[in-house]
Design a protein around this ligand. Structure first.
Ligand SMILES: CC(C)(COP(=O)(O)OP(=O)(O)OC[C@H]1O[C@@H](n2cnc3c(N)ncnc32)[C@H](O)[C@@H]1OP(=O)(O)O)[C@@H](O)C(=O)NCCC(=O)NCCS
Length: 169
């Protein structure tokens, strides 16, 4: 079925929560609090990008981005998180289309680049790589990934939007 990607609306909130809870239920490094992260980012004005993938009436995946601070880099960096696809629909390229869409959106917004924490084996296809100069507290460096849109590289320790505190609670 044809896939449509469009900006999330307030009416999508319950379906977004359902997709996130299903997608992260079996994730080995998740406490399944990603739905709370999206709620907190929305409530605190940190949801810079929220894109949903639809097949007909079914919301089958989403990707979000929020601003980060990199003390050793200039402004304009974002964190891509979360990215999720309904388990039954994974492996069909929906994640790839969501990633391409969020990267296009961030570039159109004039972003300097983006960071994320994830499997390098998945994200390298989108131009992400690890760099020892970029860190995230408590995360092994090989999972701290970035992609610059210009010549400026991401460096230093990532300071996430305050809404990320929900992942610690
Ligand atoms: C990660 C996720 C969004 C990918 O969505 P998807 O629609 O299945 O992705 P695509 O169909 O575009 O790509 C599938 C490819 O990614 C690979 N892949 C998926 N998860 C991977 C992982 N954790 N590590 C390495 N490769 C992975 C698959 O093996 C497949 O490879 P292939 O193209 O060589 O066959 C989805 O698996 C998901 O929601 N997972 C649970 C939540 C999660 O882990 N989110 C990311 C947190 S960083």
């Amino acid at each position: 079925m044809e896939l449509t990607i469009r900006a999330a609306t307030a009416a999508d909130a319950a379906a977004i929560t359902a997709v996130l809870q299903a997608a992260f239920a079996q994730h080995p490094h998740s406490q399944n609090q990603e739905y709370r992260l999206v709620e907190a980012l929305r409530a605190q004005g940190g949801l810079s990008v929220a894109l949903c993938a639809w097949q007909g009436e079914q919301l089958c995946g989403l990707v979000c981005a929020s601003p980060v601070q990199l003390p050793m880099s200039a402004e304009g960096w974002y964190c891509i998180a979360p990215l999720a696809v309904l388990p039954a629909l994974q492996g069909q390229g929906i994640g790839q289309q969501l990633m391409q869409a969020v990267l296009h959106k961030l570039q159109a917004m004039g972003a300097a680049g983006c960071v994320l924490v994830g499997e390098p084996g998945y994200y390298q296809r989108f131009g992400f790589s690890a760099d020892p100069a970029l860190t995230s507290a408590g995360i092994p460096p090989e999972y701290v990934l970035s992609r610059a849109f210009g010549s400026q590289q991401a460096q230093g320790e990532i300071i996430y939007h305050p809404a990320f505190a929900v992942l610690e609670s």
